[in-house]
Structures are given as C-alpha cells and as structure tokens.
Design a protein around this ligand. Structure first.
Ligand code: PNS
Length: 145
C-alpha cells in the first residue's frame, strides 16, 4: 500500500489543493490530508471548521482521510506509516521553501516528498489570496473545493 500524507495549513482548502489530491490519487493508494500548523502563519479559519470542510469534500472518496495534527509533519507521517509526503508547487517563489522542507524531512526520517505542479489555471490561487478576499468581504466560493 502506498500512503502519502498531504500536509498544509489549508486555511482555507482551495480548488488548487483539491486538484493536487485528485491527481495524486493515481499515484497513491491512500492520501491522508493533515491540517498542520505553520509557525509563520496566523490562521483565520478555525481548524475544526477546516477539518469539517475538507471531510465533506471527500465524504464519497474512501481513499482520502483528513486529520488535524500538531507537531512535526514527519512524526504525523510516521504515525500513519506513510511513505511519502505530497506537496503542490505553483511557481518559482514556492520552490525554495518546498525544497528546504523536503530536504529537512528527508534528512530527519528518509521520507520522500513528491511534488506535483499546480495546473496553470490555478497557479494564482493561494490560501493567502483567498483569506485576503474573505477579510475584505469578497465572495470566495469559487476558490473553495
Ligand atoms: O500550507 P502551508 O502553510 O505551506 O503548510 C506548511 C506545513 C504545515 C506543511 C509546515 O509548516 C509544517 O510541516 N508544519 C509542521 C511542523 C514541521 O514539521 N516543521 C518542519 C518543516 S521542515
């Protein structure tokens, strides 16, 4: 069984994230979406709400499960016997950050990170953008999975 964890803040979970999960289902048997804590970011949507929203998105997809975790991503992966970490990359600006994280996680546990590139039509969508729109009263429905 090939199991990947898909860690992130998902504040909120966007159509870009959902597209990565959908495409990764052809690579892995199971995907565990882990709602983690990014120490550099202040979240605005409560973690329990994010959990409920993502679980609803995958209520008919038994190969995708969703959990909140605290602590290190590699420990979360180990607890679930996951062999891979899945991440999406939108642009060059994401690249260094993802490379550092992948290298650190590989160094810590040997876990491989598999990167999928975001579809060009979703490349401008980030949770940060969606949060900003939300905080300024814009309707964000079209960005949510
Ligand atoms: O969606 P994000 O904010 O880019 O996700 C970042 C996240 C949550 C995956 C990252 O901050 C993380 O792994 N946090 C858990 C703590 C951890 O493992 N830190 C070391 C990363 S090398």
């Amino acid at each position: 069984m090939k199991t990947a964890i898909f860690p992130g803040s998902f504040d909120p979970f966007t159509i870009g994230h959902a597209d990565i999960v959908q495409r990764a289902l052809s690579l892995f048997d199971n995907i565990i979406i882990g709602i983690g804590t990014n120490s550099l970011k202040q979240s605005i949507f409560p973690a329990e709400k994010r959990l409920a929203h993502i679980r609803k998105t995958y209520e008919n997809e038994p190969r995708v499960t969703v959990e909140i975790y605290t602590g290190l991503t590699v420990d979360f992966a180990r607890e679930h016997n996951a062999q891979f970490i899945l991440r999406g990359v939108r642009c060059v600006a994401d690249f260094e950050y993802e490379r550092n994280m992948a290298e650190a996680n590989k160094h810590l546990t040997g876990l491989e990170t598999v990167i999928l590139y975001t579809r060009p039509e979703y490349a401008h969508i980030s949770s940060t953008l969606v949060r900003d729109l939300y905080q300024h009263g814009y309707d964000i429905k079209e960005y949510l999975a």
